[in-house]
Design a binder for this molecule. Structure first.
Ligand code: MN
Length: 305
């Protein structure tokens, strides 16, 4: 199943080019019409129980719908810092997730498909990081690696927008709009093994990142298992699994698309409207990013610092 959240509230299921509105059925059953309700229903019953909600539900063209982030305000966004060897190399990093563990992004940074990434500063570099994200389906603490995927409700595309520099990761990655997600959640039963999915990320139609989740240093299961050993995970929490090589600067007017096999494409715009000078001094510190990524650089996307 492909499940969406709607701007202004409500939730639905995508069937081909149609949106099936699950909100009336949820309300009739005494639940709030939200992704959280679908997650709890799937956890208590089964994914099949979600399909039952679609029986007789109102349908409308998906193209007419305004989609929100699949989980609009997750309890936590847990992320993997360096989880592809080729990304470690391009950043001249000597440490990866095995040494760094995981970090948190502000939950308020989450936005949905078709949103606009708002760059806060005029004098800093911001990069795109396309990633596979798992959405947690049940409270999970200390999960073994071989049971960690049982805790996953589904998967979605995620863009981990990042300011380069020496500030703490939680600062550089937490600005509002810095975690676009979507366009929907593909439920875990439908997606199957997340361990060999092709992931691409393009800027203005030029592919910068093209990798497989088979190349993850720590698999999706291992990231979730480890994260659950650090912090209790709750339904709706989002776990970003890291980005492959090919990160590069994004600037005002860019369009960024993350495409993941068996999920779909998340597209967002970039704006620097209202940007100001950065008040912190990390611009020349921290991991050194590649000049413009390995692919052909797109017009207007040259490094700015
Ligand atoms: Mn990242």
């Amino acid at each position: 199943m492909r499940l969406v959240s709607l701007e202004g509230g409500g939730t639905g299921m995508v069937e081909g080019e149609m949106l099936v509105d699950l909100s009336p059925a949820l309300l009739a059953a005494g639940f709030e019409p939200s992704m959280r309700s679908l997650i709890s229903l799937a956890g208590v019953k089964s994914f099949a129980a979600l399909g039952v909600l679609a029986t007789g539900a109102p349908r409308s063209p998906l193209a007419d719908a305004r989609l929100a982030a699949p989980v609009p305000l997750p309890g936590a966004v847990v992320a993997a810092p360096v989880n592809y060897a080729d990304h470690m190399a391009e950043m001249s990093e000597v440490l990866d997730i095995r040494s760094l563990g995981v970090f948190l992004k502000a939950r308020s940074s989450v936005t949905g498909p078709g949103s606009t990434v708002r760059l806060p500063y005029t004098d800093r570099r911001f990069d795109q990081e396309g990633e596979l994200a798992a959405v947690i389906g049940r409270e999970t603490s200390g999960a073994d690696e071989d049971e960690a995927l049982d805790a996953v409700f589904g998967y979605t595309c995620l863009l981990d927008v990042t300011m380069r520099g020496g500030e703490d990761r939680s600062t550089r990655k937490s600005f509002p709009t810095f975690t676009p997600t979507g366009p929907w959640i593909v439920t875990a039963d439908e997606l199957g093994d997340p361990g060999a999915l092709r992931l691409t990320c393009s800027v203005n139609g030029v592919v910068r990142q093209d990798a497989s989740t088979a190349e993850l240093v720590w698999s999706v299961a291992r990231v979730i298992s480890y994260a659950s050993s650090v912090m209790t995970l709750f339904p709706g929490d989002v776990v970003a699994t890291g980005t492959p090589a090919g990160v590069g600067p994004i600037v005002d007017g860019d369009r960024v698309e993350v495409t993941i096999e068996r999920i779909g494409t998340l597209g967002v715009e970039v704006s620097s409207a209202g940007a100001v000078a950065c008040p912190t001094l990390g611009a020349r510190r921290g991991p050194v990013p590649p000049p413009s990524g390995p692919g052909p650089s797109s017009p207007g996307s040259t490094p700015r610092s």
